[in-house]
Design a protein around this ligand. Structure first.
Ligand code: AP5
Length: 217
């Protein structure tokens, strides 16, 4: 299956993507995680995007498009994949559209801005896997440690309030028009939306119902 998960920063895309991908046995392709890996490895790409990401700005589109094109041709994508964080502009959606890739579901997770600011201030992340937790709503089993590796969790630089506000502004300006485009092409793309507030498990069940109901390949 091929799935696109859309939603504002902190909507729960990464959290839900992990469950969905475990269940469907497909890889999660997170452009944010890929960029953070470049930063952690101090590559030229990482050096060029670090300050943009910390400020909450989008990185240059061609760079992300090239990164994605190289990723989706790897063997583990043969049976499908879930895109988390791509596309996020109309141009990126059009690039995917022109590539002629069929998607089984394009699902938007909606969460109000005030809840997002609260969520992101409590988010903690395991840098090498991208696994995410929240200090109160989704805490790790041991404080500040990843459940699987026991390695330390960190707070993302772009989860500072100023960066979160910038990311939300960009989302409203650049990503929402793209979502409108998917709505207008909802038959071709099997667009659906759900409210991302409430229990994580309940949202997961709703997402799986949607995904299983839209399977086209
Ligand atoms: P990216 O990493 O994609 O960040 P994002 O889209 O802003 O999304 P987040 O990872 O912040 O949130 P999420 O929806 O995954 O939420 P999560 O599950 O963690 O991108 C980062 C940056 O990379 C961009 O700003 C840009 O610079 C660059 N970039 C990436 N892709 C790009 C592209 N295509 N083009 C250009 N630039 C690009 O959940 C958040 C928190 O809430 C967690 O703590 C979680 O435990 C908690 N939570 C989850 N669900 C619930 C719930 N139901 N109730 C309560 N708490 C919950």
């Amino acid at each position: 299956m091929r799935i696109i998960l859309l939603g504002p920063p902190g909507a729960g895309k990464g959290t839900q993507a992990e469950f969905i991908c475990d269940q469907l046995k497909i890889p999660r392709i997170s452009t944010g995680d890929m960029l953070r890996a470049e930063i952690a490895a101090n590559t030229p790409v990482g050096q060029s995007v670090k300050s943009m990401m910390e400020k909450g700005l989008l990185v240059p589109e061609q760079l992300v498009i090239d990164m994605l094109n190289k990723r989706i041709i790897l063997p583990d994508c043969a049976k499908g994949y879930l895109l988390d964080g791509f596309p996020r502009t109309l141009h990126q959606a059009e690039v995917l559209d022109k590539a002629g890739i069929a998607f089984d579901a394009v699902i938007e997770i909606q969460v109000p801005d005030n809840e997002i600011i609260n969520r992101l201030s409590g988010r903690r992340m395991h840098p090498s896997s991208g696994r995410t937790y929240h200090v109160t709503s989704n805490p790790p089993k041991s404080r500040d440690k990843d459940d699987i590796t026991q390695e330390p969790l960190v707070q993302r630089e772009d989860d500072k309030e100023e960066s979160v506000r910038k990311r939300l502004e960009i989302y409203h300006q650049q990503t929402e028009p793209m979502i409108e485009w998917y709505k207008r092409h909802s038959h071709k793309y099997h667009y659906a939306s759900i409210l991302g507030t409430g229990h994580i498990e309940e949202i997961h069940h709703q997402l799986m119902d949607l995904i299983q109901g839209t399977k086209v390949r």
